[in-house]
Design a protein around this ligand. Sequence first.
Ligand code: NFE
Length: 492
Amino acid sequence: MLAGQREDYANPSTQGGKAVKEIKFSPVTRLSGLLSIDVFVEGRTVVDARVKGNQYRGFEQMLVGRDIRDAPYFTERICGICSFAHGTASNYALDIIFADQVPVQGQLLRNIMLGLEFVQNHIRHFYAFGLPDYIELPLGLPYQGPVVDRRFDPGMNRRLVDSYVESFGIAALAHEAQTIFGGKAPHQHGMVQGGVAVAPTADKILHAQGLTRKVQSFITNRLLPDTELLADYYPDYYQIGAGPRRFLSFGLFRVGEGRDRVWKAGTVEADRFIPGIRPELIKEDVASSWYENGSGELSPMDAVAPDPYREDAYTFIKAVHYGGLPYEVGPLARRVINSGYRGGPSTMDRIIARSLEVKEITALILEWLTLLTPSAPVLERNQTPVQREAVGMTDAPRGALLHQVLVEEGLIRAYGIITPTMWNFSPLNIYQAHGLAEAALIGTDIQDLDNPVEIGRIVRSFDPCLSCGTHLIRLKEQKVRKGGSRNNAAKL
Ligand code: NFE
């Protein structure tokens, strides 16, 4: 479906004397995990929006009491598409806890594998998740909804369908290259505390180069021209889906033996770049989320019990803010911060930034592959923790990812995770500010209320992953409500 299973209009209500219609989408398809969206439309304009993460999971609690060295393997299982990113954030925290000095070659291998994950994710997102919103797929291919607002002539459409089909094999090549050093993908086992488990051999390096070059050729000959074509035919999407012009990145890809990043960490507010991130300014709240303790700011490791029956809440995603403000994270944020990209923030700018980024990352991977030395040391690890607490921060494909851990005698006492989708799909927060996706939806003019394609296009431009967004559960008690209705239960 275009934006998932479209549900009936709710009864028109009135707000301030004007008729407001509610349109619900549940589930929104062509993304990872379970997402529902409610938009409230006055005339043809979206005047309010709610993005809802409808599932919850149990990763942070699962970790408590376990050996700290298990954390990367458990947290990689949060998600099948950004597993390496979770492993990276977790291992960055472990490297601090154990005071490891990861050898340069180990750092390069980690970067290569992380980069390949970005490549696989971004290619797959552009074609499999995003493009069906704009092209007409031949009958028989999945996920085609009602065909409206299709602007390509048959020849162009055919070209894009060909790319779509080819992209699946190409994205798989990126994963295949990752397995050369990581053993398997997703959920690799190559990266470990202190570096990488196995040094590469010359034939492995050559193999990875060959696969990455094939991917690069597809990016040059298909992805980038296809992105241009899309932008040429849908220029109105430079205006649609705009959020607040506020960007944040934790930086990406470490270099050398230190903790410097190839791509910078920092924030952009009112076009001004402020370098660096202060972890203590990152806060969550559950003002609109199905958890107990609905008021006040929380730190990433603060545990809160779920309360799926709270009538004043609508999602399992917590609101995340930095210095009290919501920020957009992801490829567009990284382009603005690192390459002076001057567009956006809009639906089309997010799509373009993702395609530009995958080109840059593929070139970096090829460069790093040439720097690998067969059999050079890739691992240097200490056996005893020297620090009790650490924050591991990296950007993941969809944006800023944080893992924070508290250790006692080698065991995890508390673990907190903040994912990119939590930043972008935050609900209304304690300061009554919308998260990025909600803000991007509000103000949208819908051309055809029976086929509101704009909603799916805007939402997918963020590449949401709800498996990552809602990964927390604390089962203090089993709650059963007799005779009551669970929020939204009938609709899911
Ligand atoms: Ni499940 Fe993920 C990325 C992380 S998104 S895909 O990128 O971390 O919240």
